[in-house]
Design a protein around this ligand. Sequence first.
Ligand code: PBE
Length: 267
Amino acid sequence: EQTDTMWEDLDYTITGIEAGSGTTELAEDMLEDYDNLEGWDIHTSSTAGMITSLDQAIQNEEPIIVTGWRPHWIFEEYDLKFLDDPQDSLGEEEFIHTIAREGLEADKPEAYAVLERFEWDISDMQEVMLTAQDIPFEQAASDWVEENREDVDQWTEGIDSVEDEAFHLVSTPWDTERSSSHVMELVLEELGYEVTITSVDPVMMFQAIAYGEGDASLAPWLPVTFGAFYDEVEDQIDDLGPNMSGALNGLVVPEYMDIESVEDLPA
Ligand code: PBE
């Protein structure tokens, strides 16, 4: 049977990403949610490391299980599938929310109005992420803004420009959030803001907004991914609701692997 050697090669290991990420936290919980995963481990490293391992496994048609999410360009590059997760440990559909510090609406009403309107599709984010494979994110975001002028103009329509006002966006270090932050940076710059983007771990991102060190973030994946962090600061932040829907976390494997569900993994 191909499968026996397959599991030996895998050594009961799931290839993970950064230890501080939401996806990793959920995957650690997942090991406890499924009896058959008791002896399994998540090998944390980095997103780049995970992608390198995935690429190598696919070159050699070897088995591999990674923690993944969409939108991501790996789904364009390789034939991959999400494993079914009947217990929803890694969540179902996720929404990416916009959050602001308390008081932002009064302090910077123009930027706040743009943030309230900002909403885009998963295909938009995916496009920026794909373009940014070959050129810097700033350029990919700028290309997207020019190609989607009508949408962008609706976000700023009727909103007054400002002069020499600083705006601090707090983000997280993944391509999904690089895409949204750089697009928002350009949109706010068009209104006259001087925008800084700081990229930190999810837990720090929530704290920065809760303590008013940052103005806003477009990075919160909810309800599941960052649910625990969100609950801790819910009363100290202003949640403007989703800016994107259709995101998803899960265990991801190459199509050639003969498994469909987390429950198919051997104990
Ligand atoms: N991710 C997926 C983030 C949010 C969900 C890797 C882009 C994270 O895991 O924290």
